[in-house]
Design a protein around this ligand. Sequence first.
Ligand code: SF4
Length: 227
Amino acid sequence: MKEKEKKSRLLDMFEILNKSFGPQHWWPADSLDEMVTGAILTQNVSWSNVEKALASLKKNGIDSFEAILAADTILLEGCIKSAGFYRQKAKRLKTAAKFFLSKRFIKRDDLLCLNGIGKETADSIMLYGLNEPVFVVDAYTKRILTRHKITQKTDYDSIQKLFEDNLPKSITLFNQYHALLVKLAKLFCKRKPWCNRCPLAIDLLENRIPFPTENFKSTDYLLLNTR
Ligand code: SF4
């Protein structure tokens, strides 16, 4: 696919999703401290479990980097139990808290040196916590792009580059786009895709890309989407 075509499809997809789902108001946090805590806790677990852990931390007054660093480890682990891997995550929270309290300027590469912080977590912190225009890639992004045959490269860096090279470098756009892709994957582009009801099916239809499901009925889809 030509670069120009990628650009226009990525922008069109954004427009469709933005119109369908509206503002997503990411990241749901009151402070950088809470955002970073949530980003670490959400690794390999659903957000509803993270919310329980965040509520428990708040209830126990552990709602800042200073408080995390000072917290008794057993108490910290108990508060975040609902987020799974609580021993490992408690250690990661303490390491991150120490790091954020000791640095004035945070760079992506420094975050990546921290134990347990991979590219997705580092970029989430850069974008949603520190307002840097970096595109966050996750398994949902890879799934949607490959199903729509925009790329066959599934490594993190290639997908991130695809978005960053083809979209305006805008914090607001990157913030909303990633959030919209997560919403799309949770509602429609699941392991078993639900294309008949999905707002993005139009992209497959218009670009004559085969549907990743045998059950797609374009008549059902068009009826729903032309109301
Ligand atoms: S149309 Fe199908 S493949 Fe495309 S995003 Fe929707 S559910 Fe996924």
